[in-house]
Design a protein around this ligand. Structure first.
Ligand SMILES: Nc1ncnc2c1ncn2[C@@H]1O[C@H](COP(=O)(O)OP(=O)(O)OP(=O)(O)O)[C@@H](O)[C@H]1O
Ligand SMILES: [Mg+2]
Length: 255
């Protein structure tokens, strides 16, 4: 049994003024401990696909299973953690209180020990008692990342988590994420617009077509782990990067 299973999943949004088919017949299996990135042009349905795994949208057709359960059951058992494209923080809770929240709800006693450590790792030491409104956009993103990593769900969904960050912080957090992931054995579905980020992090990179989003490519990335940023200059890496760029260009649209 795969940890995340999408079987011919389609999603249509029926509005008063328009009907949008966001995802078309997506089939995807992600195993426990596997890190899979999703690339595709803006508006092709990446967030929608992820939201169906997180139980925030219902598929119009097809089925989604998480650890063999419906997404709703998996969410209720707190098996799924998500970092949204826009950080979703509770405004009335401090940084620390936001980070410990999922663990608190679930009664995870160790979460308090891990939270302080993770807040430091994302570079927010000294801001534990700050409120979200007192933080920059990138700092808010880092709180959401710390929250997801502290909670250690078996299924981790990350929607462009690093897009609001400067290059150096982004590279540091990529390595931090890999370290935490290697300790937790989570199945990760990671959306990004950066081809090199997808390659550096992933076991597989999945490419979606422009809307209606179909899965058009599924590339295995077999470099040894732990990975280091110097991998970016490896000839195998460079050629995979060129291949993915070509695939995305073929589909047209903005990546
Ligand atoms: N709740 C909604 N109601 C109606 N249409 C929606 C809704 N959510 C998404 N869509 C439409 O579905 C399509 C896919 O959107 P989605 O957010 O999944 O794209 P994306 O691949 O994540 O894009 P980006 O890279 O820009 O984040 C878009 O055309 C969008 O307008
Ligand atoms: Mg999106």
């Amino acid at each position: 049994m795969a940890t995340i299973e999408l079987d011919r999943v389609s999603k249509v949004f029926e509005g008063d003024r328009r009907r949008v088919q966001a995802v078309e017949e997506a089939t995807l299996l992600i195993e426990q401990g596997e890190f899979v990135s999703l690339l595709g042009p803006s508006g092709c349905g990446k967030t929608t696909l992820m939201r169906m795994v997180a139980d925030l949208e219902e598929p119009t057709e097809g089925s989604v299973r998480v650890n063999g359960l419906s997404p709703q059951e998996a969410r209720h058992r707190r098996q799924t953690g998500m970092v949204f494209q826009k950080p979703a923080l509770l405004e009335w809770r401090t940084v620390y209180q936001n980070v410990v929240l999922p663990g608190e709800v679930f009664g995870d006693a160790d979460v308090r020990n891990r939270a302080g450590d993770m807040i430091g790792k994302v570079g927010l030491g000294g801001f534990e008692d700050a409120f979200p409104r007192e933080l920059s956009g990138g700092m808010q993103s880092r709180v959401a990342i710390a929250r997801a990593l502290t909670h250690r769900p078996s299924v981790l969904l990350m929607d462009e988590p690093f897009s609001a960050l400067d290059e150096i912080t982004r590279e540091r957090l990529q390595l931090e994420l890999l370290e935490v992931w290697s300790e937790t054995n989570a199945a990760v579905l990671f959306v990004t617009h950066s081809i090199s980020e997808a390659l550096l992090l992933s076991d597989r990179v999945v490419v979606m077509s422009p809307r209606p989003g179909r899965i058009v490519e599924d590339v295995r990335v077999a470099f040894d782990r732990p990975r280091s940023p110097s991998l970016r200059s490896d000839p195998g890496f460079v050629s995979l990067e060129a291949h993915l760029r070509e695939e995305l260009n073929r589909g047209g649209g903005a990546v």
